[in-house]
Design a protein around this ligand. Structure first.
Ligand code: DWN
Ligand code: SAH
Length: 405
């Protein structure tokens, strides 16, 4: 039995991936001594409806001065965050006297849009290397972990916020009560807290099990977010589905009673209840569904190897650490992974030790098959590679099922 991070009730896990490495711990061969691993299991708390990791490595092991994920590697995501920022400007009628805060601002992909519009803003980003890139774009960043204590310091040194934003960060933080207390203290009376994260409903429906890795301690739903908000005098007032990261949800919260609750919150929760996301039954087949994808993909890779076909991978994602390690994909099945991120290149992938090579070499590699680890960017990547792949090469994808195209 595990103890819920939100309500402290006991709950059981529904999927067990065994020992997993840190998803972004790309390393040189000589540095691969005593690779850190932790037992990765995900469970569902019946009491507060939160889906969560039973155990998570300490935060400094994951977020530090060599953090390997830089948000601006996707042009689509740059556009996405520009639209996100514009929608906040409109919703809150922001101007030069407003104040916007982003929790987990990474390389400034979202904040740069506020800077461009002369709207005062502050990023919070504990990973120093990515924060440095944001600062070079003229964005003010505090290189600290956000929590209640930091929120109190920000109120003293700056001002309360018209909007607190966060994308793909809330689901990384186990100490949610300190975060929500901090947000509650920092928000102006009419302020909004808007965050988005991979959506539980999509993960269950598509069996996108690779959204589960060390950094992702929670998979949220409107059900679990509305409950958590109500524990802190906040209220879920809007939800909006996003296609990013394989299916995400944007949640808007405000002080309780301060703003009108949109009808779609009620519809969303009703829909989640119809899907049964509030009951253990919704999670009972998940593990078997993952194993079916594993069996199909491994059979395909072995068959291709036996036929003498060359398979490489595309995108050294955090998600691929779960896929490669749980499925047992080794370099004899997939030669290498091509990726545009310099800090990952010429290193080995965590646990599975597949070489990561600079993307520039992809076009000369001439493989027969390309396993798309960055499946969430399929539209952007497949468009970019259309001509090259037309030359008798095939994509392999595996969410929601194994497909060759
Ligand atoms: O939640 C998180 C999300 C926002 O980003 C973090 N915990 C970590 C990270 O997860 P991820 O590593 O699974 O994210 P992506 O965006 O799926 O990673 C894409 C990878 O593929 C990057 O390493 C960049 C690379 N890439 C590429 O080589 N060529 C990406 C694109 C779009 C490309 O064209
Ligand atoms: N918002 C970006 C980055 C997501 S990656 C995007 O959507 O692309 C997750 C980020 O959260 C990392 O940059 C990590 O350093 C940051 N992070 C983790 N814990 C945090 C905390 N307690 N406070 C602020 N940022 C945090």
């Amino acid at each position: 039995m595990n103890k819920c991070l939100i309500c402290e009730a006991e709950y059981q896990s529904f999927v067990d991936f065994g020992e997993m490495p840190i998803a972004n711990a790309f390393a040189k061969k000589e540095d691969l001594v005593d690779e850190y691993k932790f037992p990765m299991k995900m469970g569902f708390c019946k009491s507060c409806k939160m889906v969560q990791l039973a155990e998570q490595p300490e935060r400094e092991r994951m977020f530090h001065e060599n953090y390997a994920f830089f948000s601006s590697t996707s042009n689509y995501m740059k556009e996405h965050f520009k639209k996100f920022a514009n929608s906040v400007c409109e919703l809150q009628e922001l101007n030069e006297r407003s104040f916007v805060l982003e929790i987990g601002s990474n390389d400034g992909i979202m904040m740069q849009n506020f800077v461009n519009r002369n709207i005062p803003c502050l990023g919070i980003e504990p990973s120093k290397n990515v924060a440095k890139v944001a600062r070079e774009k003229g964005i003010e960043v505090l290189t600290e972990f956000f929590d209640l204590k930091l929120a109190e310091n920000i109120i003293t040194k700056y001002q309360k916020a018209d909007a607190i934003l966060s994308a793909n960060v809330m689901c990384h933080i186990p100490y949610m009560h300190s975060i929500y207390d901090g947000v509650k203290a920092l928000l102006k009376d009419n302020g909004v807290f808007i965050f988005e994260d991979p959506y539980l409903g999509e993960v269950i429906e598509k069996t996108s099990f690779d959204q589960i890795y060390d950094e992702h301690v929670f998979l949220f739903s409107a059900l679990s977010v509305s409950h958590l908000a109500s524990m802190h005098g906040l209220e879920l007032i809007d939800t909006e589905f996003q296609i990013t990261h394989g299916g995400s949800m944007r949640y808007t919260l405000a002080h309780k009673g301060a703003k009108k609750v949109s009808n779609n919150v009620i519809t969303r929760i009703k829909n989640e209840m119809e899907l049964g996301l509030h009951t253990p039954e919704a999670y009972s087949n998940f593990s078997d569904n993952v194993d079916k994808i594993r069996d199909d993909l491994i059979s395909l890779l072995i068959e291709l190897k036996n036929k003498g076909k060359r398979v490489v991978a595309y995108g050294a994602t955090s998600k691929s650490t779960t896929v490669a390690n749980y499925f047992g994909i080794t370099p004899d099945l997939v030669e290498c992974i091509y990726d545009t991120t310099p800090i990952k290149q010429n290193k080995l992938s965590p646990g599975a030790h597949i070489p990561v090579l600079p993307y520039d070499q992809f076009r000369q590699s001439d493989p027969d098959y390309v396993l798309l680890f960055a499946w969430n960017h399929a539209t952007e990547i497949m468009k970019k590679e259309k001509e090259y792949m037309a030359n008798n090469k095939h994509w392999i994808t595996y969410i929601p099922k194994v497909e060759v195209s």
